[in-house]
Design a protein around this ligand. Structure first.
Ligand code: HEC
Length: 131
């Protein structure tokens, strides 16, 4: 019985560790994507902007609904998973808007979506970190 409990605890901890690992990995991708978007705007290189947005979108897919998002929040912040999920949705929306603006060569418009993405990153971090 004790053994089974320990194994269950082990599996639970392993699950939590895996969630942490994929979170850190995905946040690294978010950061890299955001850097590429910024660089793309600074150096006037639309292809790099698009590449960065794609990286952000792929990483942001980790938060595909409220339940999935909840998993990655600290226990005491999980009741705010709605706010966190909304931040992820804002990133999704801003990404599509940015790509649409880029296709029309509306670069100023596209750069506003960049700011919106940064604000949305901060909105979720504010929840997570109690800022
Ligand atoms: C739905 C919530 C959520 C969104 C949206 C989000 N993050 Fe995070 N982020 C987290 C969590 C949770 C952590 C880990 C806890 C912490 O660092 O406070 C984190 C941590 C990070 C870290 C630090 C990672 C580390 O290893 O210390 C970086 C960098 C980061 N995020 C980048 C971004 C960027 C860039 C965006 C937007 C493109 C973004 N995040 C959007 C939830 C989110």
């Amino acid at each position: 019985m004790k053994m089974i409990k320990m194994m269950a605890l082990g599996a639970l901890l392993a699950g939590a560790a895996m969630a942490n690992e994929s979170l850190a990995l995905n946040m690294g991708k978010m950061e890299n994507g955001l850097n590429n978007v910024q660089k793309g705007f600074l150096y006037n290189t639309p292809a790099l902007i698009k590449e960065g947005v794609k990286e952000i979108d792929n990483a942001n897919a980790l938060f595909h609904n409220t339940e999935a998002t909840k998993k990655y929040l600290p226990k005491e912040k999980q009741h705010m998973s709605n706010i966190a999920f909304n931040a992820a949705k804002r990133i999704d929306k801003a990404s599509s808007e940015m790509l649409a603006a880029l296709d029309k060569k509306q670069f100023s418009q596209a750069s506003q979506s960049y700011s919106e993405i940064v604000n949305a990153c901060t909105a979720c971090h504010a929840v997570v970190r109690g800022w």
